[in-house]
Design a binder for this molecule. Structure first.
Ligand SMILES: Cc1ncc(COP(=O)(O)O)c(C=O)c1O
Length: 382
């Protein structure tokens, strides 16, 4: 088990989006959000076993699939979810789109908090809604949280949807139950629907504070919520296109499903197969080892980055995506500079702030150490 995290498989030549970007170049890919760790053995085993049956036709979630999800939500979050509240979707981004398409009239507004995962900027427009970004605020310690006054004043009589990213990509904040409840109450008071993207909920870096789903933080607003989850980030299954929405209200659920009909593909069968195992106890040891690895990587990165002149990284509570302030670096394209020195990060502009870069640290420690050495060299070259 341990070398699954200490070395990691060679992903070159596997059609990996992350690695093929720098095909033939000595650049460590630290950008798109998947991990360089091998999937848990019980998931590999069940996928192999599935192929003993030689037909891969259209596949639906069975009673067992839904039950596994409901059991996981009860066990992890104390959240009692009925199987019929689940709507299966081929990804969380398609779920964000279906939420935007299902709620409100053309031209009405969907709000979200910036900086943010880039698809939030684009999805409302694809569903003929107006995208409205409201800046998060950063405290003196570098932690990002909601600016309630700014949110309140951004809400108009056309605001229909509050889009949450919880935990938050790219800042790494895991909002507290109180912070989440405050935003949900505000949205509910204004009659808005809430869609909460909780794809990173299994990646908590704080041992003492578990993730609290928005629907648990603010049960009084749960009837107007669409919660989006997936095993894809936590269990490194992004290529399997399997996610789900939890929608307690029947009318909202019907509108969400109707929006996706004839547009969104079905979940690919192997996605269900993997999920049914990922969310059970047999994958717990792998998940615990993953969290221990990510926590160690984060602690190392935080210390090292904050020692480099001109770079500043705030505290993180969740995700494996570090948000690094480069405003003090005397260069107008820091992402490009790092790439020249062999470290392939994401530029901050796509998330809404060009003075930042984002570093994916879900890789074996030796790779991270080499990446930091290259970043240090890049800065020293100026
Ligand atoms: C906040 C957030 N939502 C959604 C996704 C992607 O979801 P999917 O691949 O299921 O569409 C990502 C991937 O990085 C993400 O960070």
């Amino acid at each position: 088990m341990s070398d699954r995290f200490e070395t990691g498989p060679d992903r070159r030549g596997t059609g990996s989006l992350k690695w093929d970007k720098y095909k033939g170049r000595d650049v460590l890919p630290l950008w798109v959000a998947d991990m360089d760790f091998a999937v848990a053995e019980p998931i590999i085993d069940v996928m192999r076993a599935r192929l003993e049956h030689p037909v891969l036709g259209y596949t639906i979630a069975t009673e067992k699939t839904s039950q596994v999800v409901c059991d996981m939500l009860r066990r992890e979050y104390n959240w009692e979810v009925q199987p019929e509240w689940l709507v299966w979707i081929p990804g969380v981004v398609p779920g964000l789109w279906a939420a935007c398409a299902a709620v409100g009239e053309d031209g009405e507004e969907a709000l979200f908090n910036t900086p943010i995962y880039h698809h939030f900027y684009h999805v409302p427009g694809k569903a003929r809604k107006q995208a409205v970004g409201v800046a998060l605020q950063e405290d003196e310690n570098g932690r990002w949280s909601y600016d309630m006054a700014a949110l309140q004043s951004a809400i108009t009589d056309k605001s229909r949807l509050m889009m949450l990213c919880h935990p938050h990509n790219p800042t790494g904040t895991a909002f507290t139950a109180e912070e989440t409840a405050a935003v949900c109450r505000l949205a509910a008071d204004k009659g808005m629907t809430i869609v909460s993207d909780e794809i990173h909920c299994g990646l908590m870096l704080t041992e003492s504070r578990p993730h609290v789903p928005a629907a648990m933080a603010c049960p009084e607003a749960a009837e107007r919520m669409i919660t989006l989850m997936s095993p894809s980030k936590t269990f490194n299954l992004a290529g399997l296109d399997c996610a789900f929405a939890v929608i307690p209200d029947a009318r909202l659920r019907r509108a969400f499903s109707a929006a996706g009909k004839s547009v969104l593909p079905m979940v690919a069968g192997p996605g269900y197969t993997a999920l049914e195992v990922a969310y059970t106890d047999v994958c717990k040891p792998w998940h615990e080892k993953l969290l221990a690895t990510l926590r160690a990587n984060y602690a190392y990165l935080y210390d090292e980055i904050n020692r480099i002149d001109g770079l500043r990284m705030g505290p993180m509570e969740a995700t494996y995506l570090a948000w690094i302030n480069t405003a003090e670096v005397p260069h107008d394209n820091v992402q490009g500079l790092f790439e020249e020195f062999g470290a392939g990060l994401s530029g901050g502009a796509e998330f809404g702030l060009s003075d930042y870069v984002r570093l994916n640290f879900a890789c074996p420690m030796p790779v991270l150490e080499e990446a930091v050495a290259r970043i240090r060299k890049a800065i020293a070259s100026l």
